[in-house]
Design a protein around this ligand. Structure first.
Ligand SMILES: *Cc1c(COP(=O)(O)O)cnc(C)c1O
Length: 492
């Protein structure tokens, strides 16, 4: 067995099309006891075809083995360490998976009448309350489907607020340490982005905000902790500057995993925030699957929250659609309801103390890795970090080795690479977020791997240039893959 079980019985697998054999059948359904209908009479001719070109014809076992083998090539939190910075790839307790699969919760139809889904509405109503308590906000909406969707929701509410006040504001301030989705969402919401540089220590200064904050600016959007993994220590004073010009302080709360039970964001001046339930509150993520990005607001923005709102009156829950100032609906249905169930189950199981311990441990783990590696790798900002730390390839460039080589070589050691080349403020960034769920033993193995890669950079840089060498597929040409994607199987 190699490091972390890299080697093993991993079988090669052709494409499902290549497994095809004409006439082979996967499933033989029982004979129909109703008369066969001719589709020609039922569907327009343009929608009918006699055969599908290249359609794979395989047995049931072929299909099962094909997909099972492919699934074994996957890497996830359940298979190993996944220190992807800014993504909070923590272990998701299986009990939450059980909770969200309970038939009473998983089989609800979106058009079911309110009186039949009181339990689901109660769960959502209470989850809103928990998130409000964790963040220090007055009201929360569960509508947005992901973090970036939450950002858009928040920005649209800010725009609606100023329009309602009779004077629209056109600009949003965004620091260079913000997540890339922040300027993108601002642009989508119709704002002009005013960029601001962080100081030499990775923090946002009061002066920098003072210099640009004016009465045409709707507010400041700040990722806190920022993408360097540092807490914005001037945030209280910065909030005062923003508020003095009548603006809002938006906090990108995707990295809330570092703050639960430790910081009351509402109390330090944050007016609105989005939560990434799929990151902080336990949902397997990273495959592009459904997310959930609730938004919390202070009183002033409450009338603008998306409709419908979940209301509670005389012990009954209902959906309130008539809200004159609301920005309206962000989506038709709560198709991501199961993520809310997971978050609810997670919060209930952890409790306030548990959430606080999770955040404290996440911070401790990140600082442990930072301290263990900072003599080997160049640390971008030598400050106590929150949930993640950012290194760079500065020490390795002399050997011709870059961040990408380190990341690829980590795969040979059995680890998912950290986030690389992000944030952009750090050249050749390597951003490591271990999360609270990893043991010291796992982190020590990772640290050892990182150190031995640094040693290889000195002694055998050629090896790193060719990494990964133990994988089925060696280093791929990512640029070409992005520019000339081959998305269709062509029969040879
Ligand atoms: C992940 C992340 C986002 C985007 O969240 P999505 O759910 O992927 O849309 C935004 N900001 C920060 C800081 C993040 O880490």
């Amino acid at each position: 067995m190699g490091e972390n079980g890299v080697k093993g019985l991993l079988l090669d697998e052709p494409l499902i099309f290549e497994r095809s054999s004409e006439g082979r059948v996967g499933v033989a359904p029982a004979e129909f006891d109703i008369p066969e209908a001719d589709p020609k009479g039922l569907l327009p001719a343009g929608l009918l075809r006699d055969k599908i070109d290249g359609f794979p014809e395989v047995s049931e076992m072929d299909a099962v083995r094909h997909y099972t083998r492919l699934s074994q090539w996957n890497f996830g939190v359940d298979s190993g360490f996944y220190p992807l910075g800014s993504c909070t790839m923590k272990y998701n307790p299986k009990v939450n998976e059980v909770a969200c699969r309970l038939p009473g919760l998983s089989l609800i139809h979106p058009y079911e009448p309110e009186e039949l889904v009181q339990g689901a509405l109660e769960l959502m109503y209470e989850l809103e309350g928990y998130l409000a308590e964790i963040s220090g906000m007055d009201a929360v909406t569960l509508q947005p489907s992901a973090g970036a969707h939450g950002e858009l929701c928040g920005l649209l509410m800010m725009a609606a607020y100023f329009k309602d006040k009779g004077r629209a504001r056109t600009k949003i301030i965004i620091p260079d340490t913000a997540h890339g989705t922040n300027p993108a969402s601002s642009h989508l919401a119709g704002f002009k982005v005013v960029p601001v540089k962080s100081d030499g220590k990775g923090a946002l200064s009061v002066e920098a905000i003072k210099a640009v904050m004016d009465e045409d600016t709707a507010g400041l959007m700040v990722t806190n902790p920022n993408t360097i993994g540092l807490f914005e220590k001037n945030i209280k004073e910065i909030a005062r500057v923003v508020h003095s010009k009548g603006g809002f302080l938006y906090c990108d709360g995707a990295n809330l995993n570092a703050l639960m039970g430790i910081v009351n964001l509402g109390a330090i001046g944050v007016d609105l925030i989005q939560f990434n339930l799929h990151k902080t509150f336990s949902t397997p993520h990273g495959g592009g699957g459904p997310g959930s990005g609730p938004v919390g607001v202070k009183k002033a923005l409450e009338p603008f929250l998306p409709a419908p709102r979940i209301k509670k009156a005389r012990g009954k829950y209902s959906l309130e659609y008539v809200r004159p100032k609301s920005i309206g609906r962000l989506k038709a249905f709560y198709g991501n309801f199961s993520i809310m169930v997971r978050a609810y189950a997670y919060i209930r199981r952890m409790g306030g103390e548990g959430l606080k311990r999770a955040s404290e441990t996440a911070i401790l783990n990140a600082n442990y890795i930072k301290e263990q590696l900072k003599d080997t790798y160049h640390l971008a900002y030598d400050e106590p970090c929150m949930h993640e730390s950012v290194f760079s390839d500065k020490n390795l460039l002399g050997y011709g080795v870059t961040t990408m080589d380190v990341a690829k070589r980590l795969i040979d050691y059995g680890f998912h690479p950290p986030t690389v080349y992000f944030p952009l403020v750090v050249h050749g960034a390597i951003m490591i977020e271990p999360t609270e769920t990893e043991t010291k033993e796992t982190m020590d193995k990772f640290i050892e791997a990182m150190k031995s890669i640094a040693e290889e950079a000195r002694t055998n840089p050629e090896l790193l240039k060719n990494a990964p060498i133990k994988t089925k597929v060696r280093r791929v040409d990512e640029t070409r893959a992005a520019r000339e994607p081959v998305l269709r199987w062509v029969k040879k």
